[in-house]
Design a protein around this ligand. Structure first.
Ligand SMILES: [Zn+2]
Ligand SMILES: [Zn+2]
Length: 254
């Protein structure tokens, strides 16, 4: 079955810290080889009206361009430590909600909630294993916060709790461009709304593969790849030409 290669965790100009409008994101991410994107904008810039507009824009542009856009919101807890991207058509749960509530409600509403960047402000210390049955994944490699190697704590949690390890560009600009992708079965024909719904259903069912350089991310903790990942320099040497290739393909495109 054909897979779609999605750019995970993308902030558009609907976030206060990104000036990337959706049409420009589509151009650049498509040029980098992605078939679509998991868009998530901060809850701190959100209200029900903005959330409706984001979904509408994703559907309009997705239908116009064929580049699949899955709308989402990145929630932060009241202390701004834990971040939780939620993908899909759930209602807006309000700014800085209680994470305990959001993980449960997202599941009920058929949306995919992911524990983001455990590394940032030591969010991993706040991780509650009781969330696991409601979570769709845990970010094991966030380009912005983990850099050029995966987060070993997240990989171990994913393994232990039977949770899919996911990846994230946490896109705010081309600095976060990296060969990390979420691969899902290509949804049947339909409009952006239907196809993005099918992507979220696949994610909820665990039918997704998070990859780095085309390789399943969990493998970066095992065997020779794992050893090279723990040795920073060797991974950098291994990855450098692959990253340069992407940068070259983008030159002058942004
Ligand atoms: Zn975040
Ligand atoms: Zn983010």
């Amino acid at each position: 079955m054909r897979e779609l290669r999605l750019a995970p965790h993308i902030h558009s100009s609907f976030s206060d810290d990104s000036d990337w409008e959706l049409p420009r994101l589509i151009r650049v991410l498509r040029r980098a080889g992605f078939d679509g994107a998991l868009v998530c904008d901060h809850d701190r810039t959100m209200d029900a009206g903005t959330w409706a507009r984001i979904q509408h824009e994703c559907d309009r542009l997705g239908d116009d361009t064929g580049f699949l856009l899955v709308p989402g919101i990145e929630y932060q807890d009241p202390d701004h430590i834990v971040h939780l991207p939620v993908f899909g058509r759930a209602p807006f749960y309000g700014r800085s909600p209680i994470i305990d509530d959001v993980v449960r409600r997202a599941r009920e509403d058929g949306a995919a909630a992911i524990f983001a960047h455990p590394q940032r402000r030591e969010a991993w210390r706040r991780f509650d294993p009781a969330w696991a049955p409601y979570l769709t994944g845990i970010e094991a490699w966030n380009r912005k916060y983990d850099g050029v190697r995966p987060n070993t704590w997240a990989l171990a949690q994913a393994e232990q709790l039977g949770l899919p390890a996911t990846v994230a560009l946490d896109w705010h600009g081309t600095r976060q461009l990296y060969p990390l992708a979420l691969r899902v079965p290509s949804p049947p024909r339909g409009d952006n709304r239907q196809r993005s719904g099918a992507v979220v259903s696949s994610m909820l069912a665990g039918r997704m593969r998070a990859t780095a350089f085309g390789i399943d991310v969990a493998r970066f903790d095992q065997g020779p790849l794992g050893r090279s990942t723990r040795g920073f320099e060797s991974l950098r040497t291994w990855a450098a030409p692959k990253v340069r290739q992407i940068e070259n393909s983008l030159r002058g495109q942004s």
